[in-house]
Design a protein around this ligand. Structure first.
Ligand code: HEM
Length: 461
């Protein structure tokens, strides 16, 4: 491999990346899927810019150089399609902004983007805070529970309310459980032929997936019908989607509304729940960080009031904690693209059909940008330290035209909920907690995060 270092005048280029054998590469990935990330973190030290391999006959590049990630996701994004052939989510979401590629994706994204305009998302802050308060008010001092389960239910409630204006517990439960069933069994669709075959067999898992999809469809189509009947804007995401028009004046069909709603549910609920679960887990392991977080929250929320949109800026340490947690446990661990037009990345020729993969599980542990990458250190996001991190070396939300559409929603939800929990509670890991990361579309704690909740003493105001 020959490389040159970047300077403002001289971009990073490589003639070729180091090659790894197919079996070694698949082993590395399989270890990652099982939650053993140490080999991936070692690989980034050995091959900081990336690796080239072949999967069967396809050339495959694991890209880790931020300049290369930027070319792939931003500058040359038109040369790539999402690898829908093997996107397991497509089975559940159908044709939506998440699974479309090329012009159809850009058209869909343009249509949906206004629903995620800052002013629309900001209006959900009170809903997030209210539902967060209700969740935290149900805990009792000394309770032991699975925090991940609590957060999954809470984020399901938040997305159901903001998406459909519904807080009917039955709807929330059905949707939450059905999504969990689908996501936890999505691995079978990674190789589409295997998924299709299993779908034809009379297996329990097949029955469960079909049943869950049927339930989800019934609830979502009912919401669509009710919204159409009510007419007007209910200030929720579905109303925005119903009102949206393509350039030719046409609107989304019921099937498209169902696909987009399902997508927002899948993409927007489990991700934030996982991000928050990992954050609270890390806080149980770092008493000093938890203490500083509580001090900030006490200062900002004087008198123990509920956090509001306007507090977001002052909750600066809270944001750094959430940022650092998503560095260490990125909820979405991989973004892949297939080249549909020849182009170059870091000066390397990319041919049609090449597969390029970016994974924050590798990039976020690059010691070039993150000294002591295994260390949970929210202060690495202080402005003076963070400025040395290249833009595309922190990619929990991806980048370019496909950057997460719900990013603002996720930051707001994460910061407000963390502030509410830290204001009233401290958590310690329960003795029977078994923390295990597993990749299942999102990086989730597969055995949950069992904690003991301790109520903080009331503050004199
Ligand atoms: C911590 C929480 C979240 C994380 C880490 C996350 C991460 C990501 C990432 C990495 C992508 C890009 C995938 C790619 O380029 O292939 C993405 C796309 C997407 N996300 Fe998120 N997401 C989060 C929350 C949300 C929320 C709350 C919503 C909606 C309410 C949402 C909706 C979407 C959608 C619709 C896309 C597809 C965008 C497109 O392809 O144009 N996400 N997300």
């Amino acid at each position: 491999m020959s490389t040159t270092t970047a300077t403002p005048e001289k971009p990073v280029t490589v003639q070729a990346l180091p090659r790894m054998g197919q079996l070694d590469f698949l082993r590395l990935m399989a270890q990652g899927f099982r939650g053993n990330f140490a080999p991936l973190h070692e690989a980034v030290k050995k091959y900081p810019q990336g690796i080239e391999t072949r999967i069967v006959r396809q050339r495959c590049i694991l890209m880790n150089e931020p300049a290369g990630i930027e070319e792939l996701l931003v500058r040359n994004q038109r040369c790539y399609h999402r690898r829908t052939r093997s996107t397991p989510l497509k089975v559940f979401t159908g044709e939506s902004v998440l699974t479309l590629s090329g012009e159809p994706h850009l058209r869909q994204r343009k249509l949906i983007q206004p629903a995620f305009h800052k002013s629309r998302i900001d209006a959900y802050a009170d809903t997030m805070a209210t539902l967060g308060e209700q969740c935290a008010a149900r805990w009792r001092d000394g309770d032991t529970f699975d925090m991940h389960e609590q957060l999954t239910a809470l984020t399901a409630r938040i997305i159901t309310k903001t998406m459909f204006s519904s807080d009917i517990e039955d709807d929330v439960r059905i949707v939450g459980e059905a999504i969990d069933t689908c996501l936890s069994r999505s691995g079978r669709y990674v190789v589409p032929a295997v998924g299709k075959m299993l779908d034809l067999l009379p297996l329990r898992s097949t029955r469960l997936i079909k049943h869950s999809l049927g339930e989800l469809d019934a609830v979502i189509y009912r919401f669509i019908r009710d919204h159409r009947r009510a007419g007007g804007d209910l200030d929720d995401l579905l109303s925005m989607l119903i009102a949206a028009r393509y350039d030719d004046g046409s609107a989304l069909t019921d099937r498209q509304l169902r696909d987009e709603s399902m997508t927002l549910f899948l993409a927007g609920h489990e991700t934030t729940a996982s991000a928050l679960s990992w954050t609270l887990y890390l806080l149980t392991q770092h008493a000093d960080v938890a203490e500083r977080l509580r001090a900030e929250v006490d200062h900002v929320l004087q008198g123990g009031r509920s956090p509001k949109l306007d507090d977001m800026q002052a909750l600066d340490y809270t944001r750094r904690v959430f940022t650092e947690s998503m560095r260490m446990f990125p909820p979405v661990c991989g973004v892949d693209r297939e080249a549909v037009t020849p182009n170059t990345v870091l000066g390397m020729d990319i041919r049609v059909g090449d597969l390029l993969i970016v994974t924050p599980l590798v990039t976020h542990y690059d010691p070039r940008w993150y000294p002591e990458p295994e260390r949970f250190d929210p202060d690495r996001w202080l402005p003076e330290r963070a400025e040395s991190v290249p833009k595309h070396a922190y990619i929990p939300f991806g980048g370019g035209a496909r950057r997460c559409i719900g990013e603002r929603f996720a930051w707001m939800e994460g910061i407000l909920l963390l502030a509410i929990f830290a204001r009233d509670w401290t958590f310690e890991l329960a003795p029977d907690a078994r923390i295990q990361a597993r990749l299942n579309i999102t990086l989730r704690p597969s055995n949950g995060v069992r904690v003991i909740a301790r109520r903080r003493p009331m503050k004199a105001t």
